[in-house]
Design a binder for this molecule. Structure first.
Ligand SMILES: *Cc1c(COP(=O)(O)O)cnc(C)c1O
Length: 471
């Protein structure tokens, strides 16, 4: 399988090349040259496979440059009961007889769904770097979930170092403890005196220095990485099969969304032939995506207009992976996609209403909803009371929208994107008690912290990185 850019670069190489690439040289995102599809009979043949074997079947058509035995071994090393605390890896739990289900994606090392793809990334990075005799220094910015998922995924991977920037004092106590509690030779936590956007700007500035980037093998694991999107498609298949529907019957999925990576993976599964009916994009107060799917107007918000909410991992003003979706909607037309993103890049809205592209959007099965802090609290409380099940604020956004769009006779699978333990403050506000915490995280707030505080200054950051690598 060859990869191309959403903005026109004809050949980006194969899977391993785009794995290590980040953005394409023309500023676009990597996409496979075509989307492989399964026939209904081929879909049925996947039913009953274990998670790693299913992952192999779903990913294999996208990866032609890793030998079969190696890829199988990588997937079996990634998706283990030991890492995900469940033999099913992503168990499916019905909410009473409401027809709503929770697809549990958050039983991995960092208690958020980002582990599902990031754990695979850790293994496949190490494998690919070993083959190529290379090293990689991941520089990232996090407001919480990405950073911890990346750090847990790269633990004990000698060819990879992680330099993770986070806004000093701005993450939940649990998130801070989870990251800063790691004392590992290849993990460097850097608390920046600033906000999340400052961290992100620092990453951009370092990446803008081509010489530094090259000299120190700087790479990324952000949500535009194709391997993350592809790995996430697998659990849509797993969740669908766990419903036990007759062959060909449809299921709907509701997905708490920020950067559009998770729900895009669902769209990929649908395009591959999985009988998904509707894909629901759940937003919080930052409702760029809700606005688009309701009106056809894609109007990104500058960082200063992004509200801080109680589902913070969805606080985005610009959904990076959305470019992949519109590229497919345009029939893989890179010239059209580039035209749109020139507008987006110049902070001008793109409006599809009334065009053939808008018809394609509506035919694609997407709908969207939004929720507020009050909705979130009410949903957490209602699901706890009705079904005896505590959910986290992000999952609550998805459940609310799932309820709103529930079709009679069609199961609605709501993706659980984090465990409530990760967002204790909001859960306590909703139900008046603290959520249960996995035993391995008991009392982590009390442990020692391993974290460097740096000023919001790119020269200081570069000197810090160079100091660690120049030994
Ligand atoms: C990252 C994240 C999201 C948003 O996922 P996207 O792929 O960015 O749309 C939702 N919920 C939680 C808990 C997350 O960590």
């Amino acid at each position: 399988m060859k990869y191309v850019s959403t903005r026109g670069a004809a050949n980006l190489g194969q899977f391993s090349d785009v794995l290590l690439m980040g953005l394409a040289p023309d500023g676009g995102l990597a996409m496979p040259e075509s989307i492989p599809t399964f026939s209904p009979a081929e879909i049925e043949a996947l039913r009953g496979l274990s998670y790693p074997d299913l992952a192999y079947a779903v990913m294999r058509p996208f990866i032609s440059d890793i030998p079969e035995a190696d890829l199988r071994a990588l997937l079996h090393a990634t998706y283990t009961e030991e890492a995900f605390h469940s033999r099913e890896i992503t168990p499916l739990t019905p909410l009473g007889d409401s027809g709503l289900y929770l697809l549990e994606l958050s039983n991995g090392p960092s208690l958020a769904f980002k582990d599902m793809a990031m754990q695979f990334l850790g293994h496949v990075f190490e494998y690919t770097l070993e083959k190529r005799g290379q090293r990689l220094n991941i520089l990232g910015a996090t407001s919480g979930d990405t950073g911890s998922a990346a750090e847990y995924a790269m633990l004990g991977k000698p060819r990879v170092n992680v330099f993770m920037l986070s806004p000093q004092g701005r993450m939940s106590a649990f998130q801070q403890a989870q990251m800063y509690g790691l004392n590992e030779p290849n993990i460097f936590n850097i608390a920046v005196e600033g906000v999340f956007d400052d961290c992100q700007d620092l990453v951009k500035e370092v990446n803008g220095d081509a010489e530094f980037k090259e000299k120190y093998d700087i790479g990324a694991v952000n949500s535009i990485n194709w391997a993350r999107v592809m790995a996430q498609a697998v659990y849509y298949f797993k969740g669908y099969f766990a419903l036990g529907l007759p062959a060909g019957a449809e299921a709907d999925f509701s997905v708490p969304s920020g950067n559009f990576g998770n729900v895009f993976a669902g769209y990929l599964a649908k395009r591959m032939g999985l009988p998904i009916g509707r894909l629901l994009v759940a937003s919080n107060e930052n409702d760029v995506l809700h606005e688009f799917f309701s009106t056809g107007n894609y109007h990104v918000r500058p960082a200063a207009q992004v509200a801080q909410t109680s589902s913070p991992s969805m606080d985005i003003g610009k959904a990076s992976n959305f470019e992949r979706y519109l590229y497919l909607i345009a029939g893989s037309d890179a010239i059209q996609t580039k035209g749109w993103w020139d507008e987006v890049g110049a902070s001008r809205p793109v409006n599809l209403q009334g065009s053939a592209h808008w018809d394609a959007v509506q035919a694609s099965g997407f709908s969207a909803g939004r929720s507020t802090h009050a909705d979130r609290l009410a949903t957490i409380k209602r699901i706890d009371t009705q079904f005896g099940r505590l959910i986290d604020p992000h999952t609550a956004d998805g459940v609310l929208v799932g309820e709103q769009f529930k079709r009679p006779g069609v199961p609605m699978v709501c993706l659980e994107t984090a465990l409530p333990a990760k967002f204790e403050e909001t859960v306590i506000e909703a139900v008046g008690r603290a959520p249960e915490r996995p035993a391995r995280f008991a009392g982590i707030e009390k442990g020692e912290r391993f974290c460097e505080v740096l000023p919001n200054d790119v020269a200081v950051l570069k000197a810090f990185i160079a100091g660690k690598l120049d030994k």
